[in-house]
Unconditional design. Structure first.
Ligand code: SF4
Ligand code: SF4
Ligand code: SF4
Length: 159
């Protein structure tokens, strides 16, 4: 008997998500000012900040979600972060074709993880319920990313 869930898991591509920290002022020039001191990484209570390429800090949503505590920004000795009253970032998720539901396998793990109900499942004729994203309700927290059994969720920048 074919284990469909495992088959899709093996097929799925592992996504590398080099994600900027929240409230970073100038993502494009971040590496010019960041000294790689690691203070933001130590400050993050969710332990989602890791050393990425070149040792520069990045958020790894495979390790968890951003709770928007602002501790990383507060810990940074450089002038790299916007004030807390600004939006932390402009991003929202997309769900790719490896999604189990899109391949007729029942799964709602992402919606279960989303506090803002930005992912809702709608019944469809001839298949299982399908995820629909309300981008304007997505905070970009990343909480839905690690629960997805096939790594089908990626984060996209919004302009
Ligand atoms: S805002 Fe808080 S939870 Fe989010 S990355 Fe910074 S320290 Fe971690
Ligand atoms: S605390 Fe600031 S300077 Fe230090 S690694 Fe983090 S972002 Fe870079
Ligand atoms: S990133 Fe956060 S707010 Fe957006 S859909 Fe996922 S869990 Fe919901």
């Amino acid at each position: 008997m074919v284990d469909t869930q495992r088959r899709f898991f093996l097929r799925s591509k592992r996504r590398v998500n080099l994600q900027a920290l929240p409230w970073v002022k100038d993502v494009a020039n971040f590496t010019d000012l960041c000294t790689r001191c690691g203070k933001c990484q130590s400050a993050c209570q969710e332990s989602i900040i890791v050393a990425g390429d070149g040792g520069f800090p990045t958020v790894d949503f495979k390790k968890g979600e951003c709770t928007f505590c602002y501790d990383c920004a507060s810990a940074c000795p450089e002038n790299l972060f916007n004030a807390e009253e600004n939006a932390p970032w402009h991003q929202a998720i997309t769900i790719t074709e490896t999604c189990l539901a899109q391949n007729a396998v029942e799964c709602r793990s992402c919606a279960d993880a989303c506090d803002t109900r930005a992912i809702q499942f709608r019944m469809t004729l001839g298949s299982v319920a399908q995820p629909q994203i309300t981008t304007t309700s997505c905070t970009g927290c990343g909480a839905c990313i690690s629960p997805c059994p096939v790594s089908a969720i990626s984060m996209e920048q919004r302009v």
